[in-house]
Design a protein around this ligand. Structure first.
Ligand SMILES: [Zn+2]
Length: 367
């Protein structure tokens, strides 16, 4: 009898733990190209860097199915589907067959879904969460796939992939996807100032502020954190929960071009989104915040500070060096906060991050 109660007690405990671990909401923040030294630069530059608030940390090996060095398409596919694929492929397997994505699963489970990026919303990283293609460059295709789905809050650039050539867009099929979205009852916005005026009760929004990528962080009067705040305001309307992917898209562009000031500025911009995500998660207490990257860019290292030691923080000016104009296979960091964080501790392949995210939503899925 005693043994029976002990078994019953432990069974109940494991059930409670299983429930505790499953977050209601998931916020994934991807710093495109954000190697460990990028995070290091942010930590050295900003005494209040939000990265300091993470204690559950891992390392991700980012190789794709066909290359030691991944591109953003295969990297994001691994995060969005749990599978490795070839470079340039967007959420299709190595043979070109569509892979089931985290966002498709979230939609099936009646969760809301959102994307906030500073590139085109059909660019490689968001594209892997939102569509399927054997070419990351077919943004027109990815945009038309997005309109067929019921994603809830989409914020970024890339308007030209949604409007016809006759309207100075890129679409040769003459479709005006912005009209199709409005017909589907989406609230459509082309300016950040308009976005702020949308009533809190609205659930489905497309906000495309530029023909292609947004201006770089230092040339915008709003931050990635401001966009994140708006997305969270609308996504939290869903009592079932949500999955939100946020990308600091241009961190990678700064790394390719060896633009050190831009790199620092883009990391600062990204950290505004991390702060918003953490603030939300701390209040909500049922949200997993996961930060990672798809790969390292530029082989960046921190060489020295330009100023004398006396005027270090907060005006510290770092001198950065680079060993490549492309991506490198250096492992990248994983930073987790909130329920479910323990799964992301340790060293793993990039697709295992995607698997763990999917399994948090549906533990019955087999990989
Ligand atoms: Zn890149």
């Amino acid at each position: 009898m005693y043994r029976f109660f002990v078994v019953l007690f432990f069974a109940a405990c494991s059930l409670i733990n299983a429930q505790d671990i499953k977050p209601k909401n998931i916020i994934i923040l991807i710093g495109d190209g954000m190697g460990i030294n990028y995070v290091g630069a942010n930590l050295l530059q900003d005494p209040n860097s939000p990265f300091k608030q993470f204690s559950t940390i891992g390392l991700s090996i980012t190789c794709s199915a066909d290359n030691l060095i991944t591109d953003s398409a295969a990297g994001a596919t691994a995060l969005a589907t749990g599978y490795l694929t070839k470079n340039k492929y967007i959420s299709v397997d190595t043979l070109g067959n569509p892979l089931y994505t985290l966002f498709e699963l979230a939609e099936k489970l009646n969760l809301s879904t959102g994307v906030v990026v500073t590139a085109s919303v059909a660019h490689a990283t968001p594209g892997a969460f939102l569509g399927h293609s054997i070419s990351r460059y077919d943004q027109n295709l990815i945009a038309s796939q997005m309109v067929n789905e019921d994603f809830d809050v989409i914020i970024g650039g890339g308007l030209k992939y949604f409007i016809p050539k006759s309207d100075s867009g890129e679409r040769e099929d003459n479709r005006d996807l912005t009209k199709e979205l409005t017909d589907k009852n989406y609230t459509f916005s082309e300016k950040f100032s308009d976005l702020k005026t949308i009533p809190d009760s609205v659930n489905q929004i497309y906000a495309l502020f530029e023909m292609d990528g947004l201006p770089e962080a230092s040339k915008r009067n709003y931050t990635l954190g401001d966009l994140t705040k708006v997305a969270l305001k609308h996504l939290k309307n869903d009592s079932d929960g949500f999955v939100l992917m946020i990308e600091g898209s241009q961190i990678d562009w700064a790394g390719h071009d060896h633009k050190s000031q831009m790199l620092i500025d883009e990391m600062k911009d990204f950290s505004t989104a991390v702060k918003e995500a953490l603030n939300f998660a701390k209040q909500d207490k049922n949200t997993l915040v996961l930060i990672t990257s798809d790969h390292e860019t530029g082989g960046m290292s921190i060489i020295k500070a330009n100023n004398s030691v006396n005027d270090l923080e907060p005006e510290l000016k770092l001198e950065l060096g680079y060993t490549s104009t492309g991506h490198t296979p250096s492992p990248v960091g994983i930073f987790a906060f909130g329920p479910g964080k323990e799964s992301f501790k340790g060293i793993m392949n990039i697709n295992q991050i995607g698997q763990k995210l999917i399994l948090l939503l549906d533990p019955s899925i087999k990989f």
